[in-house]
Design a protein around this ligand. Structure first.
Ligand code: RP5
Length: 161
């Protein structure tokens, strides 16, 4: 199946954080591709990736980067597709540098920024975006949400017994 979501990250060192996005997409059987694309070390690759993504059939791009995390914003500037940004926490500054580098975009160039290290939510958000025009996925997301509610009810019950 052709990938509908692209997961890219600035370095292979981001993968332990970003893997959760892939896991979430796999749970919903959404085909995806994964790659390392750096805004600083592989500038031309980044431009080509972002500029060709829509024509290649991608519908959402999940981007993760740490530190001076310019990848999400640059990709958003180069593609009309929705871009989700994952601030990857590094050794210093607890990921605040990554978050602030990604979240404060200028008007006109949105990046849907999730929490520091929040790659699972990035995957789930991509499913929701696809689900807006895919009834099957939308129903599965509703079931997933019902499952969360059920889980909390069971934990609540267990606490009181
Ligand atoms: C960023 O620099 C990457 O996204 C990564 O989070 C960080 C460090 O990269 P490495 O030095 O581990 O390759 O561009």
């Amino acid at each position: 199946m052709a990938p509908r979501v692209g997961i890219i990250m600035g370095s292979d060192s981001d993968w332990p954080t970003m893997e959760a996005a892939a896991v979430a997409l796999a749970e919903f059987d959404v085909p995806f591709e994964v790659g390392v694309v750096s805004a600083h070390r592989t500038v031309r690759k980044m431009v080509t990736y972002a500029e060709t993504a829509a024509d290649r059939g991608l519908q959402v791009i999940i981007t993760g980067a740490g530190g001076a995390a310019h990848l999400p914003g640059m990709v958003a500037a180069l593609t009309p597709l929705p871009v989700i940004g994952v601030p990857v926490p590094l050794k210093h500054l607890d990921g605040m540098d990554s978050l602030l580098s990604i979240v404060q975009m200028p008007a006109g160039v949105p990046v849907a920024t999730v929490s520091i290290g929040g790659a699972r939510n990035a995957g789930l958000l991509a499913v929701r975006i696809l689900g807006a025009s895919d009834e099957g996925l939308r129903k599965r997301m509703a079931q997933f949400q019902a499952g969360l509610e059920q889980l909390v009810a069971e934990k609540d019950e267990a606490l009181r017994n």
